[in-house]
Design a protein around this ligand. Structure first.
Ligand code: DAT
Ligand code: MG
Length: 140
């Protein structure tokens, strides 16, 4: 069944000029790009987006990092795109991410205060719909 997901190219990906590479991987896999926007995230958007992580030691550094520059927000759709994009993204820690994935091929830094893993992808139908409401309220 076709579904949709919310993808962010994070500030490190935008800063490093990797937006085209990430979008190309999504398109080559056969997913559709439905919405695409360069966004300067607000505190409110980041608080809502990362509410599940509030209180964790990496929360504030993560929010600060996400505010360090613009992000590219994307709605992508297609059969199994939620799980499929997370496989394309690779595991959260880029040191462990498999070659062939965005994080495995293109990211490196990881630590208590560093989360430069280039992309975010929703992890369930519920979080996809919730996150689409945060970044594209008119598409919710
Ligand atoms: P993912 O982005 O793979 O869905 P997540 O939702 O668990 O991972 O975490 C959101 C972001 O928070 C992640 O991309 C990077 C950061 N993060 C997660 N776990 C972390 C940890 N143990 N130490 C530092 N940063 C972490
Ligand atoms: Mg997550």
């Amino acid at each position: 069944m076709s579904e949709r997901t919310l993808i962010l190219v994070k500030p490190d990906g935008v800063e490093r000029g990797l937006v085209g590479d990430v979008l190309a991987r999504i398109e080559r896999k056969g997913y559709r790009l439905d919405r695409l926007e360069l966004v300067h995230p607000t505190d409110a958007q980041l608080a809502a987006h990362y509410e599940e992580h509030e209180g964790k030691p990496f929360y504030q550094p993560l929010v600060d990092f996400m505010k360090s520059g613009p992000v590219v927000a994307v709605i992508a759709s297609g059969e199994g795109v939620i799980r499929g994009f997370r496989v394309l993204a690779g595991t959260t820690d880029p040191t462990e991410a498999a070659p062939g994935t965005v994080r495995g091929d293109l990211a490196r830094d990881w630590g208590e205060k560093v989360q430069k893993n280039i992309v975010h992808g929703s992890d369930s139908v519920e979080s996809a719909e919730r996150e689409i409401g945060i970044w594209f309220p008119e598409s919710a």
